[in-house]
Design a protein around this ligand. Structure first.
Ligand code: NAI
Ligand code: MG
Length: 347
C-alpha cells in the first residue's frame, strides 16, 4: 500500500514550508505506508506567468491520484485582478472540503501565569461571503458595491455535526456557536439555529448528549478570546468569522507560524498552515515551518495514522518547549532549515 500525497506549495513562504513538511513526513519511516509525493502547481505567481491560478491537472491529480494533500499559501492581491481568483478557495469547493479545522493550543504554561489555550476553531469552508458574488454599480450618488452572503441549512448542519464530533473526542466536550444573529437574524440566525439543532437530529440519535452547547456573538467572542481563552473548547463559525477568529487565536499562542489546519471533507483531507504567503519574509529562509509540519500531522490524524501524528506533534512541541531553535517570529534566531533539522532529530 502507498500513501499518495499531493504537495501544492503555491506562493511565497509556501514554497519554503511545504518542503519542510515533506521532510517531516519522510522521517516517519515505518510508521507510515510507502509515501508517494505529487508536486502540483497553483498560485498567483503561476497566474502571472501562465494566466491560470489553478490548472485543471492539479485538480485532476488531487481527485484521482491522491489520498490527501498539503497546501502552502497563496498571495492574493487586495485589488481586483482580471481573470484571477484564489485557487485555495476554488480547491476547497472543487474537493468539497467543507470544514476548516484549526486547533490552537499553547504548548507550555504561560510564563506570566495566564491559563493555557486549548481550542479548535471549526470554520465553515464553502459559503458565507466567500461565495464571492460581488457587484459594483454606478448610482447617482457614486459607486455602490454589494456582496451576497450565502448560509444554507445543509452546510450549517454538516459543519455543526463536524464540530460536535470533534467536541465529543475532547475532555471538555463544549461547542460554542459564533454568530451575529442579533444583527443578521436571517443568515446568522439560520446558522445558529441549525447548529443548535444538531444534537436533536434523528440520525444523531443521542450521540452528542454529553456535549455542552454555548453561543457567543462574534465581536464579544474575540474580546473574551483575548481575556479568557480558557473558556473555549470547540468554536464553530461561518466562514469569515472563523477566518478572523483563528488568526486572532494564533496571536495567543505566539505566532501564526505555529497554527495548523486541515480542510476536511467526507472523502479527502488537505493540510494547510493558517498563515498566508508572508511576502515580508519570503525568500529569506526565516519562515517558521512548524505550522506546516503540524498541518502534516493533522492531515495524518484525519487519515487515522494517529501514532505517526503524535510523534510529529511531540517532536514539534519539544522543539518549542526547549526554546533553543526557534525562528524570529518566536523571538529566536534560527533559520527555517535549522528548525526543520531540530524536528527531524527528534523524529
Ligand atoms: P500572512 O499570514 O502571510 O502574514 C501575516 C504576518 O505573519 C506577517 O508579518 C508574516 O511575516 C507573519 N508570518 C506568517 N506566517 C509566518 C511564518 N510561517 N513564519 C514567520 N512569520 C510568519 O498574512 P498577510 O500578510 O495578511 O497576507 C499575505 C498574503 O497571503 C496575501 O496575499 C494574502 O491574500 C495571502 N493569504 C493567503 C492565505 C492562504 O493561502 N490560505 C491565508 C492568509 C493570507
Ligand atoms: Mg486567514
Amino acid at each position: 500500500k502507498t500513501l499518495r500525497i499531493g504537495l501544492i506549495p503555491a506562493d511565497g513562504i509556501g514554497r519554503e514550508v511545504i518542503p519542510a513538511a515533506r521532510r517531516a513526513l519522510e522521517a516517519l519511516g515505518s510508521d507510515l505506508p510507502k509515501l508517494e509525493f505529487h508536486n502540483l502547481l497553483a498560485g498567483f505567481d503561476l497566474f502571472t506567468r501562465t494566466g491560470t491560478a489553478l490548472p485543471r491537472e492539479t485538480v485532476e491529480v488531487l481527485k484521482n491520484g491522491c489520498d490527501a494533500a498539503l497546501f502552502g499559501a497563496v498571495s492574493s492581491p487586495s485589488r481586483k485582478v482580471a481573470g484571477y481568483s484564489s485557487p485555495i478557495v476554488a480547491l476547497r469547493k472543487e474537493l468539497d472540503l467543507y470544514a476548516n479545522i484549526r486547533p490552537v493550543a499553547s504548548v507550555a504554561p504561560d510564563p506570566k501565569g495566564k491559563p493555557a489555550v486549548d481550542l479548535i476553531v471549526v470554520r465553515e469552508n464553502t459559503e458565507c461571503l466567500y461565495v464571492k458574488q460581488e457587484t459594483l454599480t454606478q448610482t447617482e450618488s457614486g459607486k455602490e458595491a454589494r456582496a451576497t452572503r450565502l448560509i444554507t441549512e445543509y452546510a450549517s448542519r454538516r459543519i455543526g455535526k463536524m464540530a460536535f464530533e470533534l467536541a465529543l473526542a475532547r475532555p471538555r466536550k463544549q461547542v460554542t456557536i459564533i454568530h451575529k444573529s442579533n444583527v443578521l437574524s436571517v443568515t446568522d440566525g439560520l446558522f445558529r439555529e441549525t447548529v443548535r439543532a444538531v444534537p436533536q437530529l434523528p440520525e444523531v440519535a443521542g450521540r452528542f448528549d454529553s456535549v455542552g452547547i454555548a453561543e457567543q456573538i462574534v465581536d464579544s467572542a474575540v474580546y473574551r478570546l483575548f481575556r479568557e481563552p480558557e473558556i473555549y473548547d470547540v468554536m464553530v463559525a461561518p466562514n469569515l468569522y472563523g477566518d478572523i477568529l483563528s488568526d486572532a487565536a494564533a496571536a495567543l499562542v505566539g505566532s501564526l507560524g505555529l497554527v495548523p489546519s486541515v480542510n476536511a471533507g467526507d472523502s479527502f483531507v488537505m493540510g494547510e498552515p493558517v498563515h498566508g504567503s508572508a511576502p515580508d519574509i519570503e525568500g529569506k529562509g526565516i519562515a517558521n515551518p512548524l505550522a506546516a509540519i503540524r498541518s502534516a500531522a493533522l492531515m495524518l490524524r484525519h487519515l487515522r495514522y494517529e501514532d505517526a501524528a503524535d510523534r510529529v506533534d511531540t517532536a514539534v512541541n519539544d522543539v518549542i518547549r526547549e526554546g533553543h531553535t526557534l525562528t524570529r517570529d518566536l523571538g529566536g534566531k534560527s533559520s527555517t532549515d535549522e528548525v526543520v533539522e531540530a524536528v527531524l532529530r527528534r523524529l
